[in-house]
Design a protein around this ligand. Structure first.
Ligand SMILES: NC(=O)c1ccc[n+]([C@@H]2O[C@H](COP(=O)([O-])OP(=O)(O)OC[C@H]3O[C@@H](n4cnc5c(N)ncnc54)[C@H](O)[C@@H]3O)[C@@H](O)[C@H]2O)c1
Ligand SMILES: [Zn+2]
Length: 347
C-alpha cells in the first residue's frame, strides 16, 4: 500500500515510516517539519493535502500538536492543528476517494482510569482536591463511601472524559473520523496510545512525557524527580510496538468488523508505577537514584492503565518489548533535539 504518514517526521511517525518500509509498503511523509525525502506541508492546507493524497491507498494520521502546552493560552493552536487539520485532511480524502484511515488516538480521552470500590463496584471518583493532595492523600476515594479504591484496566467502552484542550482535540479527531467513515463508506481505526517512549523521543519540553523528563534529568547528571508518592500507575509502551500496531491496523482496515470506525487501546498491557519506571531507568542509565518529592500537579490523573485485549483479540496485535528491555534500551537511546513547537498559524 502507498501510505501517507502525516506527522511522519515526528517521534512516532518516523518509526512508522521505518516499519512500513520493512513490511513492503510505500510510505510518504507529510509534515510541516519534513526533511528532503518527505513533503513539507501543513494538514490545514487543502491544496497541499490534495496533492499529497495523489495515488495514496491509505492515510496514517500522526500529525498533531501534542502535550499539555502552556495552559489555556494555546487552545486555538491545538484546535487548529488537530481538529481543523483533521477536518481538512478528511475532506480531501473524501474528494480523492481515499477510504482507509488509521488515526493516532490517545488514552487522554478517558480522563481518569477505572476504579472499583469493594462495596460499590466500578465508580468514577471526581478530580482530587487540594487539601487531600497537600496532605499526601493521593489515592482517590470512593465517592459514595470513602473507601480505598482498586485501580483497574480501562476498556475502549469507558465513557470519554477529556479534561484539557489537548484531550478534547484528540476526542474530536475520533468523532470527525467516525463521521467521515459514515458519510463516505470509509474505514477508520483510532489507536489510543498510552505513554509512548523510545529512541527519538523529544527532550523535555512542555510537550514531552514523563519518561523523557526522567531521561533528560539523568543525562544532566540529576536524579529523576518523581511526583506524589511514585505509586501512580501508567502503561509505558515502546515506540517500536506502537509503530508495528499502526501497520497491523492499516493492513486490517478492509476486514474491519462492526462498521466504519473502531478504537483500540494501544498499551504494553503491563501496568507500572511512575516510581518503578524512574528506578528501572536510573538503574539502566547508571544512576543517580530517583527522588520521590511528594509534589503534585493539579489535574494529573492518579492511575490510568489500559486493557489492550480488544486489539489482541480482534487484530492479533500485542506489545513485544518488555518493560525491562524497553527501559534498558531507552537508557542508552538518543533523544531528539528539543522539538520545535508546532507553528500556530494556518498557512
Ligand atoms: N507520544 C505519546 O506518548 C503519545 C501518546 C498518545 C497519543 N500520541 C499521538 O501520537 C501522534 C504523534 O505524536 P508524537 O509523540 O510522535 O509527536 P511529535 O511532535 O514528535 O510528532 C508530531 C509531528 O506532527 C507534525 N505536525 C504538527 N502539526 C502539523 C500540521 N499542522 N501539519 C503537518 N504536520 C504537523 C510535527 O512537525 C511533528 O513532526 C500525535 O497525534 C499524538 O497526539 C502520542
Ligand atoms: Zn464505595
Amino acid at each position: 500500500m502507498r501510505v501517507l504518514v502525516t506527522g511522519g517526521s515526528g517521534f512516532i511517525g518516523s518509526h512508522i515510516v521505518t516499519v512500513l518500509e520493512a513490511a513492503g509498503h510505500e510510505p510518504a511523509v507529510f509534515d510541516t517539519a519534513a526533511a528532503d525525502s518527505g513533503k513539507r506541508g501543513d494538514v490545514r492546507d487543502p491544496e497541499a493535502v490534495a496533492e499529497a493524497l495523489r495515488g495514496v491507498d491509505a492515510v496514517c494520521h500522526q500529525s498533531a500538536m501534542v502535550g499539555l502546552g502552556k495552559g489555556f493560552a494555546d487552545a486555538s493552536a491545538y484546535v487548529g492543528n488537530n481538529d481543523l487539520g483533521t477536518a481538512v485532511l478528511l475532506e480531501q480524502m473524501a474528494t480523492a476517494g481515499v477510504h482507509r484511515l488509521v488515526l493516532a488516538g490517545s488514552m487522554v480521552v478517558y480522563g481518569e482510569g477505572r476504579y472499583s470500590c469493594p462495596v460499590h463496584g466500578v465508580v468514577r471518583p471526581g478530580p482530587r482536591g487540594v487539601p487531600d493532595l497537600d496532605s499526601g492523600r493521593f489515592e482517590p476515594a470512593c465517592p459514595l463511601c470513602g473507601a480505598a479504591l482498586d485501580p483497574e484496566l480501562v476498556g475502549e467502552d469507558a465513557p470519554a472524559d477529556p479534561r484539557n484542550v489537548y484531550a478534547t482535540t484528540k476526542l474530536a479527531q475520533e468523532h470527525l473520523s467516525a463521521a467521515w467513515a459514515r458519510a463516505t463508506g470509509g474505514r477508520a481505526v483510532s489507536l489510543r496510545y498510552h505513554n509512548v517512549y523510545g529512541d527519538g523521543m523529544p527532550r523535555d519540553t512542555p510537550y514531552a512525557g514523563v519518561a523523557s523528563f526522567f531521561r533528560s534529568a539523568l543525562e544532566r547528571g540529576e536524579a529523576p524527580r518523581v511526583y506524589e508518592d511514585g505509586a501512580q500507575r501508567r502503561d509505558f509502551v515502546h515506540v517500536d510496538d506502537v509503530a508495528a500496531a499502526n501497520v497491523v491496523a492499516l493492513e486490517a482496515l478492509d476486514d474491519l468488523s462492526g462498521g466504519g470506525f473502531r478504537a483500540y487501546n494501544t498499551g504494553s498491557g503491563e501496568p507500572r508505577t511512575v516510581g518503578e519506571m524512574a528506578h528501572e531507568l536510573a538503574a539502566a542509565f547508571g544512576g543517580p537514584d530517583p527522588v520521590v518529592t511528594g509534589e503534585y500537579r493539579l489535574g494529573d490523573v492518579r492511575h490510568i492503565t489500559a486493557s489492550s485485549e480488544r486489539f489482541r483479540r480482534e487484530l492479533g496485535w500485542s506489545a513485544r518489548v518488555t518493560f525491562a528491555e524497553g527501559m534498558a534500551r531507552f537508557a542508552k537511546d538518543e533523544l531528539a533535539p528539543v522539538a520545535a513547537a508546532p507553528s500556530t498559524t494556518a498557512s
